[in-house]
Design a protein around this ligand. Structure first.
Ligand SMILES: Cc1cc2nc3c(=O)[nH]c(=O)nc-3n(C[C@H](O)[C@H](O)[C@H](O)COP(=O)(O)O)c2cc1C
Length: 153
């Protein structure tokens, strides 16, 4: 199988963009992720699929995490947490009991660790939602390997 073509094929599934943050000792770690999925309402569960090669992988094990759902004007923030670190942070932090939230995000869900499943070169981290909030606004989209707009009818 041609893996690059498979990537191109799967990239036809348009998604939003999140930054998953968790505390590691005194530090906060964030990773841009579009694999975020809602799983269950009872109990309230969400999922992120994390590459075993990332730094986030070790930090998320048995740890609380926050999924920050990005708005259209947070593309620089998405790049910052995808390895293109900006010298000057393009956002502000909001510190909470569950870790660090990114101010100005469209929504956030704060999670307790629920389960981890083998996902090949990734691991599926399921979190139980313990707190959340959202606001109206334009989401940041990702389609075919590029950031994009999501237009509502
Ligand atoms: C739009 C976008 C979505 C991404 N989604 C994921 C994802 O769902 N899972 C993942 O492991 N990496 C994903 N990545 C890649 C990570 O953000 C990237 O490897 C990051 O630098 C890892 O950071 P870390 O090694 O400091 O934890 C995505 C990158 C971008 C730009």
């Amino acid at each position: 199988m041609d893996i690059r073509e498979l990537r191109n094929c799967l990239g036809r599934f348009a998604t939003g963009v999140t930054v998953v943050t968790c505390n590691d000792g005194g530090h906060c770690h964030g990773l841009t992720a579009n694999s975020f999925t809602s799983v269950s309402l009872d109990p309230p569960l969400v999922l992120v699929s994390i590459d075993r090669e990332t730094k986030a992988f070790d930090k998320l094990k048995d740890n609380r995490f926050i999924v920050n759902i990005l708005s259209a004007d947070q593309q620089e923030t998405a790049m910052h947490f995808a390895g293109k670190t900006c010298e000057e942070l393009p956002f502000e932090w909001n510190e909470t009991e569950y870790g660090h939230r990114i101010k100005g995000s469209l929504a956030y869900v704060e999670c307790e660790p629920w389960a981890e499943y083998d996902g090949g070169d990734h691991v599926l981290f399921l979190g139980k939602v313990v707190n959340f909030d959202y606001q109206d606004g334009e989401p940041l989209g990702f389609y075919s390997g590029k950031f994009s707009k999501i237009v509502q009818e």
